[in-house]
Design a protein around this ligand. Structure first.
Ligand code: NAP
Length: 270
């Protein structure tokens, strides 16, 4: 498998705020997680930063991602958003800054926000840049723009009920890492009979099987969990090796079942 810039796995933090996110990040760091996925829209950057500081872990060992919300894509606002994120976290450089969603209806030209994002990287506000929720056509456009050559990942929804195969294949063929958000379909994987059966054969849980299936596709996973035992088992999931026929059975669970589909989403690839 290819070497990743993003550490595998990351800890998701969507919906988690204040003491809940502090406790979740603290326990994940104790267990060995080194990659934290936040966003300015989550309203938890300051709490994540607090947990990081309290951990005493050397900043250089950590990989901290945040995202710029779609209402801040004009160059000046994008720069201000990243500066605000750094202040919120209490750090002087991000590891990865993502465009959270492409500009709805192309209202802000992509060249403007990809250029501004890369300018922020050149200024040292972030080590790496990337995008999230970009379609195949948007990835192709972004990669041809000045600064677009520095994009390292597209963070997209991937789980057994939404394999997102065309987009994943396209991104990987272009040399991008794919990061899977909602890898557990926000907990729905736990109820699936096929995943349950495969889990039993591995003395594992359906969540672990879902993560192992995604990781086998050379995709970074960022499950979120507030429970230490879930965080631990999500780490251990990456040791599970699925047999070919198990992978084929999970492949057949794909039903295009999208969880994140707000009204400002782009026109998704089929
Ligand atoms: N770029 C984007 O637009 C975007 C969109 C959505 C999400 N994200 C990112 O992706 C991350 C992950 O997505 P998500 O948090 O929405 O959903 P998720 O990771 O698919 O699912 C999280 C849910 O699964 C449960 N869970 C976690 N581990 C488990 C385990 N081992 N066994 C049973 N249940 C388990 C959690 O409950 P407990 O707390 O009880 O463990 C939580 O309710 C987010 O936190 C965020 O960082 C990005």
């Amino acid at each position: 498998m290819a070497r990743h810039i993003l550490p595998q796995p990351g800890l998701g933090t969507y919906r988690l705020k204040e003491q809940v996110v502090i406790d979740s990040v603290t326990s994940a760091l104790e267990l060995g997680y080194r990659h934290l996925d936040s966003a300015q829209m989550y309203g938890n950057e300051a709490a994540v930063g607090k947990a990081v500081r309290q951990s005493g872990i050397d900043r250089r060992e950590l990989f901290i991602t945040t995202k710029v919300w779609w209402d801040s894509l004009k160059p000046k606002q994008l720069t201000a958003s990243l500066e605000q994120s750094l202040e919120n976290f209490g750090i002087d450089q991000l590891d990865l800054a993502l465009i959270h969603w492409p500009s709805p209806n192309g209202e802000v030209p992509m060249a403007d926000y990809i250029g501004a994002l890369d300018a922020a990287r050149e200024r040292g506000l972030t080590k790496h840049i990337g995008v999230s929720n970009f379609t195949i056509a948007q990835i192709d456009e972004a990669l041809t723009l000045p600064g677009g050559e520095n994009i390292i990942t597209n963070q997209i929804e991937v789980h057994p009920f939404l394999a997102n195969r065309k987009l994943v294949t396209h991104c990987q063929a272009k040399g991008l890492e794919v990061t899977a958000y909602m890898p557990l379909a926000v907990g729905k994987v736990m109820d699936d009979p096929v995943l349950k059966r495969i889990a039993e054969a591995h003395a594992a849980t359906p969540a672990q099987i879902a993560l192992a299936w995604i990781a086998a596709r050379d995709i970074i996973v960022i499950p979120s969990s507030t429970k230490r035992e879930h965080q631990q088992s999500n780490l251990e999931a990456l040791e599970i090796r699925l047999r070919e026929e198990e992978i084929a059975q999970i492949d057949r669970l794909d039903r295009g079942d999208r969880v994140a589909n707000p009204d400002f989403a782009p026109k998704w690839d089929e």
